[in-house]
Design a protein around this ligand. Structure first.
Ligand code: GLN
Length: 547
């Protein structure tokens, strides 16, 4: 039966609860335990699928096709454990399940209430898969005291009460603000935050305190005394240069030891931290730097492309180079020549996106990379735009475009090189979608197999011709144009197993130009950089040596 660690936050948001949870997961693994990480979000959207990346950051897609919070990306990047549909839940999902059951009459005419019906639904969610791992780490989104978070806090309190003593612990993240005027770290906000937790029946076992300054012993004692936590269980979390330093830093501060103590696991198995030492070494000891341009639409909020940025860093680690990422707004190229904006970059990445805005600029970026022989990685929409560019400028299909934009404009303007597919095959099953489906339900989502062409660049990069990667899109490149495009040199080097859906295109006479319909960034890890990103960065290093 899994032991549960509930991770909550107080004082302010954005303290890095997700990172602390992920790093703790990695440390428990280093001590030989199996882990699973979960996120419980208090917002009312059923899932983040329909939330704007501007507002919520990236949507992280799991192998089993769930559209989840970007924290699940952190979890995977630190633990390598593939997240599942059942690792992320929101208030919206919980309420929607409860209301569906109420309509079905499952509650036998009872009055439906937050306690016990909503809290029971949350507890059922927490218990999923509890026999599979040694530790289940469950992070509650938001901060203690938020109105929407209350049912989750009440549910974890009950959950730990229902279980055997010592099966659940609570870890609370807070902030110790530094007052420059008095030269002091202040503990009062932490005390208040713990009081708030205690008032709903939760006594934290471990406090993780974010601080810009070293925490003096005196302050640690004070926090321990007033918050009713053992002094060794007050763990410092200092700012780090790279998030990948977090596991070693938390280990150094004694977080994993505190957790094992709290569960009375002794003697504690010794940790093997070689993997993380190597990761940190690769970040700290680099030889040179490369400049990568990400030409996209959501450039104001870096979290919108979180996994891409991390995967680029992993690719840099594979080549021991520092990666400077710059975000370039695609719309600029609709008015201006891309050359002055893109010259000086060693590689160009065009990421995924939805809607027409900025797409003509992305097409220009693809053209620039193709004609100037700059390494180009097109992801999802970035692949579709590269295909449209090839169709228009090389294959002579002047009006090539995507049905996605026709739908938006409500008229047919383009030759749909990229079109809306309504039915396809996943494994042995037929899947279909139609335009009137719910917004969240019309996409090709999750892991799909692809077969790579023998002798292609991608087959060489992957070292195999059978892959599976995660998808999140509605539109597909039409194979109707395949022959014409291949005659021009754009090889369809990866296809779905039934040969209907183009998964990868590459220019054979270009140093490195690859477009993929899927999202390779979602599977990259610091200790196992995704082969495409590792090789993309290798090509960028080569370009940097040419100039
Ligand atoms: N908008 C495109 C589609 O739906 C691409 C999606 C994406 O880039 N994730 O096919």
């Amino acid at each position: 039966m899994a032991r549960y660690i509930f991770i909550t936050g107080g004082v302010v948001s954005s303290l890095g609860k997700g990172l602390a949870s992920a790093a703790l997961g990695a440390l428990l693994q280093a001590r030989g335990f199996s882990v699973r990480l979960r996120k419980l979000d208090p917002y009312l959207n059923v899932d983040p699928g329909t939330m704007s990346p501007f507002e919520h950051g990236e949507v992280f897609v799991t192998d089993d096709g769930a559209e989840t919070d970007l924290d699940l990306g952190h979890y995977e990047r630190f633990t390598g454990v593939p997240a599942r549909l059942t690792d992320s839940v929101s208030s919206g999902r919980i309420y929607s399940n409860v209301l569906e059951r109420e309509r079905r009459g499952d509650y036998l005419g009872k009055t439906i209430q937050v306690v016990p019906h909503v809290t029971n639904e949350i507890k059922d969610f927490l218990a999923i898969g509890e026999t599979e791992v040694d530790f289940m780490l469950c992070e509650i989104g938001g901060t203690v005291g938020d109105i929407e978070g209350l049912p989750f806090f009440e549910a974890i309190r009950q959950f730990s009460h229902d279980r055997a003593r010592g099966q659940c612990i609570f870890m609370h993240l807070t902030l110790l603000p530094y007052l420059a005027a008095s030269g002091e770290l202040k503990t009062k906000p932490t005390q208040h935050s713990v009081k708030e937790l205690q008032s709903i029946g939760i006594a934290p076992d471990i406090l993780v305190c974010r601080s810009e300054q070293p925490i003096p012993d005196k302050e640690r004692e004070k926090i321990a005394l007033f918050c009713n936590v053992r002094k060794e269980h007050v763990v410092a979390a200092y700012d780090l240069k790279s998030i990948y330093e977090a596991p070693l830093a938390y280990h150094h501060e004694g977080l994993d030891q505190a957790v094992l103590d709290a569960f009375q696991i002794s003697p504690a198995p010794r940790p093997d931290l070689n993997v993380w030492q190597d990761v940190v070494d690769r970040i700290q000891n680099t030889d040179g730097a490369v400049n990568i341009a990400i030409v996209g639409k959501y450039v104001q909020l870096e979290d919108a492309y979180k996994s891409i940025k991390e995967a680029l860093i992993h690719g840099g680690m594979a080549n021991r180079v520092k990666v400077n990422v710059e975000w370039v707004d695609a719309e600029i190229f609709e008015r201006e020549d891309p050359a002055p904006h893109l010259e000086g970059f060693h590689a160009i990445l065009v990421p995924g996106g939805f809607g027409e805005r900025g797409t003509e600029g992305k097409i220009k970026a693809a053209e620039f990379a193709r004609t100037r022989k700059i390494p180009y990685l097109g992801i999802c929409l970035g692949m579709q735009m590269a295909v449209i560019e090839a169709a228009r400028n090389v294959a002579g299909l002047k009006h090539a475009g995507s049905e996605e934009f026709d739908h938006e404009a409500g008229k047919k303007r383009f030759e749909p090189v990229v079109y809306h597919l309504k039915e396809w095959v996943q494994g042995n099953e037929k899947v279909s979608r139609n335009v009137s489906d719910d917004k969240g339900g019309t996409m090709r989502l999750g892991a799909y197999d692809a077969v790579l062409k023998d002798g292609s660049r991608v087959a060489q990069i992957y070292g195999t011709t059978q892959i599976d990667e995660r998808h999140r899109h509605r539109y597909e490149v039409d194979t109707k144009y395949r022959e014409k495009l291949e005659d021009c040199g754009l090889t369809f080097s990866g296809m779905s197993p039934d040969g209907r859906l183009p998964e990868i295109v590459e220019w054979s006479d270009h140093p490195w130009f690859i477009g993929v319909q899927y999202h390779p960034e979602l599977k990259s890890k610091p200790f196992a950089p995704h082969p495409l990103f590792a090789d993309f960065l290798r090509a960028a290093v080569e370009t940097s040596r040419l100039v």
